[in-house]
Design a protein around this ligand. Sequence first.
Ligand code: C2E
Ligand code: MG
Ligand code: MG
Length: 743
Amino acid sequence: MKQKTLFPSVLLIIVSVLLFCGMFLHFVQVLRDNLRYDTGITLRETARQGVNTLHAVTEGHLRTLRFIAARLTDMALSDPDAMVKQLQAILKLRKDKRLGFVLTDGRIFTTDGDTMPAASGLWRASLEGQEQISDPLRDCRDGQSVNLYIVPMFKEGNPVGALFSVIPHDDFSRHLVTTFWQDEGFSFLIKKDGSVIAPSRRVEAAGIVNYISTLAALPQTGHALAARVQRALDSGSTEFLQYSTSGNRYVYLMPVGINDWSLVSVLPAHMAEDRLRSVMLGTGMLGAVQILCILAFIWHINRVQYNASTRLWQQVYVDTLTEGCSYTRFLMKASEQLNELPGRWALMSLDIDNFKLVNSILDQETGNATLLKLYRLLRAWAGKPHELVARHTGDVFVALLPLTGQKQLEQRLDELCSQILHTRVDENDSYRLVPSIGICLLPEHALRDAPLETWLDQSTLARRTVKGNHEQLYAFFDESMESIIRYRKNIENDMVSALAREEFEIYYQSKHAASDGRLVGAEALVRWQRNGVQVPPCDFIAEFERNGFIVNMDRYVFLRVCRQIREWRKAGLEPVPVSVNISRLNLYDPGFVERYLRMLDVAEGDRKLLQLEITESVLLENASLITDTVSRLRAQGVTILIDDFGTGYSAMSMLKEVKVDGVKLDKSFLVGMGSPRTDTLLRSIIGMCRSLDMEVTVEGVETAHEVAFLRSLGCDTIQGYYFSRPSPAAVFTAMLQEAQPHD
Ligand code: C2E
Ligand code: MG
Ligand code: MG
């Protein structure tokens, strides 16, 4: 089960991690592209700024020269020396290295009297009216690198000379924005041929003299890069490059618009990549946190799911009371075993007679503890391999056992019954547990013939046939049981309406004094007139005891007998005491004594004339309860007789505790009559009862010989076919009439 829930979770984790990694890589790529684009924009802006600065600086110089030229051209033409002096005065106010002018006749005048570097090309263009800025030139005086700014001088619209200024090249580069971006980026100027004209400290440090050659020297892509730059320089267009030297670099190339100069702005890529790395790190950590959250969420879901399924598993597969295997699990395991393991099997159904009484006499807690005890007992009993036990419902247990042989199984069942009979429910041993067990012996491959439920139904059926039968505690299913059960079901369906329709008729069987045969009493015995057929009590009493209806029927019989006695009185007859059979179930009813006394009063019954017969076995079931009930009834003047005395387990010892008015010996005592053993037994029982002041009645007496013998033993009362069979009320009334004392 755990594996089943684990697999989708692991799959989910793998898929989400893969998905995350994919998304992360894609994100990094997008980020890289964006960063490249951003860097391009930044570099372009930096280059543009550099270019603008260059323009501003050069334009400043040119503007000053233009201004001087406009004012002093005439002086230069008329009095060159005065002009020189004028320029010397101006020079003091400026940082130019030297000022001068050239006239169309080729004369050159400078503020320091020096001649100028050969720049005839420049002079020529300026004398033709063009403004000029030279590439760096070597000052012939001190060898310093300088730039020459030249503006033409006009007279009446015609060029008459040119005014020039010599400015150190350093000064020119100083104005160029050479570094940016935390000093990591730098710019420099190159000419069309790639030669550097305004090198910055960084450029010199990098040893770049000609940028094209530097690029071309790069491994692998060097030539291609050099070609791209050369193309851009030739065409005067911008270019954005990314290449690797000792680390990645981004480069922006922008034409300056002065001569053939271009500005190169360089940014080491690590600056940009550091940013990328920190973004990636942040994103990675965020992703990791997300994955952790997902994992925690999955773990939590798993845990909740596992707990829920464990709870469900327990609800379905564990019996709450015994904490053992549930009925559902039993069915599953039993089906599995029957399908997979060869051989024959026995399916067993077990319950305890009137277990509900344990709950009502004692309490629910004791009831549950008893069921647990029973489960453990069964578990220990069926502890061999492949033996299964489970509680079905209430006090019903089921078991599946490999069948080794019916005889062996019977032995084991005897053992089990004996163990259950000896199980103490509580310390006072207040209730005897009597099991009913039904067994169904399954054919080979039973589940091919019928589903498991059918076989279980059959074991339940077999169990019902022995329910309430304390002589036989287990039965094996056979086909005939179905009709018995069907018959019982019919009885159960009809019983309530039968009582309402008064189909139960009371027969009376006389009791006679052993000494002289006088009519001294009667026993009320019920008969069911069902659909015109008389049904004897043995066919329905047990079923009524099983389903509890016996309590209603006993009350009915009791009231009918009360009525009968009143009728006899009304008819002027002197009634004899009539005993009524009271089922053991009545005795477990806490209100039983009060109810019967009230019924007696309402029916104006005579307490001396209504006797109650209680079967002996009930004394063994719950002695303390019966002792209490019997003594309360006797205290109210009700006569109590123990019926079927001596048939069950020996009840002799019970007589010490339960005081009753009389006992009725079952006819089975007469079976061996004549043999010394039986005679001695009978004699001693009768003697003992009499000595305990109890009246002795013997039932089932059929012959005069038996009567004579019982009389000789000192028996008090005799009941049996010898005197009369159970008879309808009218017949018995006639007997009573005849037996009336004659005045
Ligand atoms: P029981 O109380 O022991 O009644 C005596 C049974 O022995 C009666 O059977 C009676 O007909 C039978 N019997 C009497 N004399 C002879 C005889 O000489 N020879 C033979 N073979 N049998 C004799 P019955 O009427 O069939 O009743 C059977 C059992 O049904 C009763 O046994 C009693 O336990 C139960 N029963 C009958 N009526 C009632 C009733 O109203 N309430 C309850 N709870 N049980 C009843
Ligand atoms: Mg009886
Ligand atoms: Mg009897």
